[in-house]
Write a protein that binds this ligand. Structure first.
Ligand SMILES: NC(=O)c1ccc[n+]([C@@H]2O[C@H](COP(=O)([O-])OP(=O)(O)OC[C@H]3O[C@@H](n4cnc5c(N)ncnc54)[C@H](O)[C@@H]3O)[C@@H](O)[C@H]2O)c1
Length: 424
């Protein structure tokens, strides 16, 4: 039976390990996070993902999955470690380099090394290969190497691991073919073969496309406010064109993918990455735009010392992940504008910042404006009449166009929507 060693057991590495283990492979997962390893050994989760718990239990009980803080010899090594950006927006490839270095003592003739992390084009060639050379194995002959970027969305990982198409980019044809053969253990989607650098570029392009598209939507939102248009209606109608697919505006772009990966291209070719850079700056400026809008509304309503209720702290709907969340940036700007606020998110059960509460009532009590920053189902389902009894002023700013506007208006609220001139 083929044995796989998975390096990095986070949101990507753990589900991948479980998938292979439950599809007939022997898997050894390793992670430098001892607490995570202890939990996994006890069949407990250190991350949330639908369907992961029962699959993890099955994988461990079958004897196909073991985990520890050290790599083991195997036929295939899969690396799924973080690839963030530094403060100065340059790529931090130390996790990838160190993970690669850590497997070198375990490599044997005939092994295959696959990088799944999202990385700047040329990382396999310029960061991994120089480490792998230390094994003394012939690169491309005795040691095969490839990149197969992960495209799953949190919450639907197990469906998407199976159904999504996959890009496989080897350093040579043999590396690509061996990698594709491995993933066929569970992938039902199409598998496309290319070279390693193209595969790296494909994944970064995908996230950059989405970032640029959102920046376009954000720009349209600002223009619409100034020219008497509701951008949500306009985009929805434009998207009926068979070749138009505009994303939606909002208070900014967050998470560790879309807000990060375009910087890889800016760093690699700053001179030419103009549109990409501007899109990043446009999206990064949206939290400030949103905070300024709150201030303008409070000023125009002549509300002295207003209290703001910030609703939503995660970077997107119905998840508990605050990484790179634009909501956090909005609160920083509210602070700078000397606006008092209380922030609440139904998915976040720990206090991560000042002026945060885990109690909706506390957040909205005596508020002069509700600022909806994420389109959680819980916010869509709020009862405006009940909320109206708690607030001081009945004003709501909906940055995601997710509230039932007429219901809120019927309950006496003045509803402002980002990108809608009628509520400017
Ligand atoms: N999470 C997603 O939705 C998603 C989707 C597509 C691609 N990706 C990409 O996949 C990669 C991994 O993302 P993630 O969300 O799984 O990250 P994560 O932070 O959830 O998990 C990474 C794990 O790697 C471990 N690690 C760090 N250095 C290590 C080392 N040297 N050896 C062993 N383990 C090490 C960490 O302890 C952590 O448990 C990133 O490049 C990310 O951009 C993530």
């Amino acid at each position: 039976m083929e044995k796989i060693c998975v390096v990095g057991l986070g949101y990507i590495g753990l589900p991948t390990s479980v998938m292979f283990a439950n599809n007939g492979k022997k898997v050894h997962g390793m992670d430098v996070n001892e607490a995570a390893i202890k939990k996994i050994q006890n069949k407990e989760l250190h991350i949330e993902e639908n369907g992961l718990e029962e699959r993890l239990v099955a994988a461990i009980d079958s004897g196909n999955l073991t985990v520890s803080t050290k790599p083991e010899q195997a036929d295939v090594f899969i690396i799924a470690v973080p690839s963030p950006i530094n403060e100065d927006k340059t790529a931090n490839l130390e996790y990838v380099r160190l993970a690669t270095k850590s497997i070198v003592p375990y490599l044997q003739k005939g092994n295959l090394v696959i990088l799944e992390s999202t990385v700047p084009p040329r990382t396999v060639q310029d960061v991994m290969i120089p480490e792998l050379v230390e094994s003394g194995l012939g690169i491309g002959t005795e040691l095969l190497v490839s990149h197969s970027p992960e495209r799953v969305i949190p919450g639907k990982v197990f469906e998407e691991l199976v159904e999504n198409s996959r890009i496989v980019g080897g350093i040579n044809q043999e590396s690509s073919e061996k990698t594709a053969e491995l993933y066929r253990a569970f992938v039902k989607g199409e598998i496309f073969l290319t070279d390693a650098t193209t595969a790296e570029m494909v994944k970064v392009i995908e996230n950059t496309y989405r970032d640029v598209n959102i920046a376009f939507a954000n720009e349209l939102a600002k223009i619409s406010e100034n020219i008497g248009v509701n951008v949500w209606d306009a985009i929805s109608l434009a998207n009926h064109h068979p070749r138009v697919n505009i994303h939606l505006p909002g208070p900014g772009v967050g998470g560790h993918c879309i807000a990060v990966d375009p910087w890889f291209l800016v760093e690699l070719d700053k001179k030419n990455a103009n549109l990409i850079h501007l899109a990043r700056q446009t999206n990064d400026a949206m939290p400030m735009f949103t905070a300024n809008k709150v201030k303008e509304i409070m000023d125009s309503e002549q509300i002295q010392n207003p209290k703001v209720a910030v609703l939503g702290l995660s970077f997107k709907a119905n998840i508990d992940d605050m990484r790179e969340s634009p909501s956090v940036e909005v609160t920083k700007h509210l602070n700078e504008l000397n606006l008092e606020f209380t922030a609440f998110d139904p998915h976040i059960h720990e206090i991560n910042m000042a002026n945060q509460t885990t109690d909706l009532k506390e957040a909205v009590s005596n508020a002069d404006i509700l600022v909806v920053l994420t389109d959680h189902n819980e916010f869509k389902g709020l009862n405006p009449t009940e909320i109206g009894k708690l607030v001081r002023s009945k004003i709501v700013l909906d940055t995601k166009n997710c509230l039932e506007r007429t219901a809120w208006e019927d309950a006496g609220f003045e509803v402002r929507v980002l990108g809608d001139s009628k509520s400017k």
